[in-house]
Design a protein around this ligand. Structure first.
Ligand SMILES: Cc1cc2nc3c(=O)[nH]c(=O)nc-3n(C[C@H](O)[C@H](O)[C@H](O)COP(=O)(O)OP(=O)(O)OC[C@H]3O[C@@H](n4cnc5c(N)ncnc54)[C@H](O)[C@@H]3O)c2cc1C
Length: 407
């Protein structure tokens, strides 16, 4: 009995290995020249492969609790043991993240591919699946070269994020053609486009900030970390994390605003006191020079311009009211978000196959017997930190196991 897997990414490879270990023959279809291209690009080429602390709170989607069974059945320790069994040792970081000990994503891709081949998985690269038809109790899998019938099929085609690495929505189209509901998609873990143009003048400035997201004027979440001003808007780790909330809100048509605190170490009152005190002790300074004592040069001048305050004004002439306005802008500079930086620059996509129609214990479709889903093709998306790859491993493992057991 042969089964087919569409997609040779993290989920497809793990599923292929797990299914082949049960003794069945697995055909793995991958459109790219090699498997695991996103694995290779992950973690800036280092592959943040998993996280030691995993729970449904680390995931988004209509039903994030869908991940519970998979995270329990294939938890971090189990994954680590699996990796060790194929010769891949992991480096556990104190913050919970985990990387291959080699510090190279290539080790991960090589180890999985080698092992899959060793246990007999037929890896068919440069084989893009065009369509799947259900005929009686078989799935007819069609590529440009051939058509083959299988009793079981796993769709592990990922999402449209990073199309340059093979990201596309073909899995959603196939799932839809087989009767599944697709939850509207959005790019996530991605930079954000801003409405006005102050950011363009600060392009290249990176700072350790705190960013608060407001949806229709209501505070949603505050996240601390790096932010980077760019020509299109903002990026950096804090913004990527925030995009998990901002991007679906943009899709819903919410008014999305961010408040950037450029000096999270200060509260507003403390900052006003500091500015007033320095204005007194160093009256020879201009207001821009005073701000350069606490902010990057570009940020200081653009922030003053945004308030229509001349940078060359002597601090003695600024006055208490303007100093308070400056302090407010430093700790809560509001920017309107108009878009994301798009799928090309996104690490993942939210939305996808509705998990209400999939059994969380087996990853089998509740609508079509013998059809399975795993990884990012499902309406599950994780935070940054190894969560997305871990869900791909865990859901791939469950799908592979149940395809094998029930064949
Ligand atoms: C730049 C970048 C960095 C990232 N870094 C991290 C990180 O450090 N940690 C982390 O946890 N996550 C990271 N991610 C996210 C993570 O890589 C994905 O969530 C994960 O790879 C999803 O696995 P998957 O198997 O579901 O999908 P994919 O890895 O996308 O695999 C799907 C495969 O299916 C193939 N395919 C698609 N359609 C067809 C078709 N019709 N026929 C045949 N083949 C098809 C694709 O070519 C692809 O190889 C990163 C993503 C990107 C883009």
């Amino acid at each position: 009995m042969r089964v087919a897997i569409i997609g040779g990414g993290a989920a497809g490879l793990m599923a292929a290995i797990t299914a082949a270990k049960t003794g069945i023959q697995v055909d793995l279809y991958e459109q790219n020249r090699e498997v695991g291209k996103k694995i290779l690009a992950s973690g800036n080429g280092r592959c943040n492969i998993s996280n030691q602390s995993l729970s449904s709170h680390d995931y988004f989607g209509r039903h994030p609790s869908f991940v519970n069974f998979a995270l329990k059945a294939f938890d971090f320790k189990r994954f680590e043991r699996f990796c060790a069994s194929i010769g891949l040792l992991l480096d556990r970081k104190v913050d919970g993240r985990c990387y291959p000990l080699s510090n190279e994503a290539r080790s991960v891709q090589h180890a999985l591919k080698r092992y899959a081949e060793h246990i007999g998985v037929q890896i068919r690269t440069q084989s893009s699946v065009i369509s799947v038809k259900r005929v009686a109790d078989t799935f007819i899998v069609k590529t440009s070269e051939r058509e083959e019938a299988y009793r079981k099929l796993l769709i592990a085609t990922g999402s449209p994020a990073a199309p340059q690495l093979g990201g596309n929505d073909s899995g959603w189209k196939i799932a839809k053609s087989l009767g599944h509901t697709i939850i509207p998609a959005y790019p996530s873990l991605v930079g954000l486009h801003l409405a006005d143009s102050w950011h363009t003048r600060m392009s290249g400035v990176k700072c350790d900030a705190e960013v608060t997201l407001y949806l229709n004027g209501k505070k949603e979440v505050t996240i601390g970390g790096d932010i980077l001003f760019t020509r299109y808007g903002v990026s950096g780790f804090a913004i990527l994390d925030l995009s998990s909330f901002a991007s679906p809100a943009l899709l819903r048509g919410d008014r999305v605003t961010i408040g950037v605190n450029l000096l999270p170490a200060f509260d507003r009152q403390g900052l006003v006191a500091h500015l007033q005190q320095t204005a007194k002790s160093a009256p020879f300074l201009t207001i821009e020079a005073l701000l350069e004592g606490v902010l990057p040069h570009k940020t200081a001048s653009v922030l003053l311009a945004s308030l229509e305050i001349a940078g060359d004004m002597a601090v003695g002439d600024v006055g208490a009211k303007r100093l308070r306005r400056i302090a407010t802008q430093i700790v809560d500079w509001r920017f309107e978000v108009v878009d994301t930086h798009g799928y090309k620059h996104a690490e993942v996509a939210g939305g996808g196959v509705d998990t209400a129609e999939v059994d969380p214990k087996t990853m089998e479709s509740k609508k079509v017997a013998g059809l399975y889903f795993a990884g990012e093709v499902l309406d599950i998306v994780g935070k940054r930190g190894g969560y997305n790859l871990h869900f791909a491993w865990a859901s791939g493992y469950l799908a592979g196991q149940s395809m094998g057991i029930k064949s």
